[in-house]
Design a protein around this ligand. Structure first.
Ligand SMILES: Nc1ncnc2c1ncn2[C@@H]1O[C@H](COP(=O)(O)OP(=O)(O)O)[C@@H](O)[C@H]1O
Ligand SMILES: Cc1ncc(COP(=O)(O)OP(=O)(O)O)c(N)n1
Length: 264
């Protein structure tokens, strides 16, 4: 059995964060573990409150996992503060996991800030260079490159610029671009790009899509796939999970993790 670790925030509504990640790991047949950075009171309508976990406790969770159940791959999601980002960076420098997927979560779909503005620079300096792959959505990529991204050509340029910050590969998700196609751009270095294109599914059940996608990439990397294959299979998973979602709650509903056939 392969092991995967998520370092992220808790979503009480179960659609995003740690809960989405662990469901995704389970449905990929990978043993899931968690380091909780923050607890959010959240549902499909929005975020009611956020309570961060102390830096000492974040570090202790990392120590507990890494010294006994060393993960084959790690995913990082909501890190919330500069201080938590720094302690995660310290833990990663100490334990040196081989494969890190960084989902630079900044703001929830319901427009609640999940990463302090002051933490952005630290995330870029300390976590981006440690990542095998970083998976920003369009808005997150815009914050990182400090300019607007409006089409696929601009996504390509932004991905190349983000790679210069020290991560090895970059996936910019285009779920939020105008138009009826969801196009994601994967940059693998030099002039090597792969495009993942799907018709946009007309649904409100897209809460936790970014978390689920990055966790699926992490599970696939843990199983030994290379980045290109890990993203391709994860894209099949997230598309199917959105397509087969059932309406739950009164807002942005969760995706469906019972979409079978990917836990090989
Ligand atoms: N309505 C949709 N139909 C099909 N794919 C979607 C839809 N919304 C998002 N996706 C896909 O889900 C994945 C997660 O993207 P996105 O929702 O942009 O991330 P985030 O939750 O971080 O904002 C991407 O592969 C994106 O293309
Ligand atoms: C605890 C927590 N972590 C991350 C997110 C953001 O999740 P994401 O997959 O980007 O989905 P939406 O916020 O866009 O639904 C979150 N909401 N909560």
């Amino acid at each position: 059995m392969k092991l995967a670790l998520t370092i992220a925030g808790s979503d009480s509504g179960g659609g995003a964060g740690i809960q989405a990640d662990l469901k995704t790991f389970f449905s990929h047949g990978v043993y899931g573990m968690s380091v909780i950075t923050s607890v959010t009171a959240q549902n499909t309508l929005g975020v009611l409150g956020v309570q961060n976990i102390s830096e000492d406790m974040v570090y202790l969770q990392m120590k507990a996992v890494f010294e006994d159940l060393f993960p084959d791959a790690v995913k990082i999601g909501m890190v919330s503060t500069k201080e938590i980002t720094e302690v995660i960076s310290k833990g990663l420098e100490e334990y040196k996991p081989g494969k890190i997927v960084l989902d630079p979560v900044m703001v929830s779909k319901s427009a609640h800030r999940l990463l302090e503005k002051e933490a952005i620079k630290t995330l870029i300096e300390k976590l981006v260079p440690k990542a095998l792959i970083i998976t920003p959505n369009r808005e997150e990529a815009e914050v990182i490159v400090e300019r607007k991204i409006q089409n696929v050509e601009e996504m390509k340029k932004a991905a190349k610029d983000i790679a210069k910050l020290g991560c090895r590969t970059v996936l910019i998700k285009g779920g939020h671009l105008e138009g009826n196609k969801a196009v994601d751009v994967l940059y693998l270095g030099e002039d090597n790009y792969v495009f993942f294109e799907e018709e946009k599914i007309n649904t409100k059940n897209t809460h936790g899509t970014g978390c689920t996608f990055s966790a699926a990439i992490c599970a696939n990397l843990a199983k030994g796939m290379d980045v290109k294959k890990a993203v391709a299979y994860a894209k099949l998973y997230i598309t199917r999970a959105i397509e087969t979602s059932e309406d739950m709650g009164r807002g942005w509903g969760p995706v469906n993790h019972f979409c079978i056939g990917f836990n090989n």
